[in-house]
Design a binder for this molecule. Sequence first.
Ligand SMILES: *Cc1c(COP(=O)(O)O)cnc(C)c1O
Length: 411
Amino acid sequence: MALVNEHFLKLPNNYLFADIAKKVNAFKVTHPKTDVISLGIGDVTQPLCPAVVEAMHKAVDEMGRTASFRGYGPEQGYDFLREAILKNDFLPRGIHLDIDEIFINDGAKSDTGNIQELIRWDNSIGVTDPIYPVYIDSNVMIGRAGVRGDDGRWSNVVYLPCTAENGFVPQIPDDRHVDVIYLCYPNNPTGTVISKKELRKWVNYALKNDTLIFYDAAYQAYITDPDIPHSIYEIRGARKCAIEFHSYSKTAGFTGVRCGYTIVPKELTAATLEGRNIPLNPLWNRRQCTKFNGTSYISQRAAEAIYTPEGKQQVRQTIRYYMQNAHKMLESLRRLGYEVYGGENAPYIWMRVPAGTGSWQFFEQLLYGAGVVCTPGVGFGPSGEGYVRFTAFGSHEATDEALQRIENWTK
Ligand SMILES: *Cc1c(COP(=O)(O)O)cnc(C)c1O
């Protein structure tokens, strides 16, 4: 008899964005004349830049000729892309990586979910709260998260609240040791960032306690403030304690192209029960060679094009486009008296809902009152209750219209 992995049954079966879609559809049925504007889901809207499109066309043509056809590529990714990453994303920041420390992936979601295969099932994990749901759910699936309480908290997960009260700076756990900690900066969903000084505290904590840091840098391209680190490896000692994830999804509109990369430094180790330190880089390489056959050649050529002078300039222009939305949203929501955070080095605005209102309640009020969709903060974790998330990924026109409607509705 095939027995099911019952850990899957512990996952709450309501998926945040499916719940939102259901509520929006119910609204549309009863209000067929209102055209709903979504500032909810974290997908981009602007097309791929010309440098990327050209590179993809060229790659397709190569694939269509016997002489230049490519089949399976290296599981770790093609050197042309890994070299471009070294030279452009790390060397200018004084970070010297070895090419074998870079693993090209098909997007950061896969690797942020899969990376936990490298560690035993009984490690304790810590997350900042609210968070990107993949970190916890992927641990639930193998039984590491324990049982889910009525408050939505998992028994084996340490939650580090990030709220307006603590300035969205997670406190280092002093009462309960965590073996693994997930950090995401700039943060989804709050749009807040971490300074070098605060990140250094985490690296020092990790070195002292043999904690492994999973650092999600999916939004690093949105950083404009020079004091905000783009990579955890800007902090001394981080190579001994951190794995870092990058994605081209939000950087260059690759949500449908699929490409990113993961850094597993060679100095990084995890211990056996007997206390022997095992380097994780060869283990991840083994894992990838066994379960992954590489990212498509076309996607990797597309990613390489982002590092050309034209590509860089075009990608920056699209990021600027989204950040103009973010700045307008901050300005306009603030003017209406709302308490808003993020939106300066990240494409997300995190807004406190009026006192006495829940996230879902505000979501419905805004939908029925203004025809605008946001994301209820509580969908990202218990500390997200009392907040909603707006994304800056809409068109200028849709964002302006949404803000106008919110203004009319609020007044
Ligand atoms: C969007 C996002 C990613 C990237 O996902 P892809 O699989 O690369 O599209 C990773 N982490 C966070 C926090 C995100 O919001």
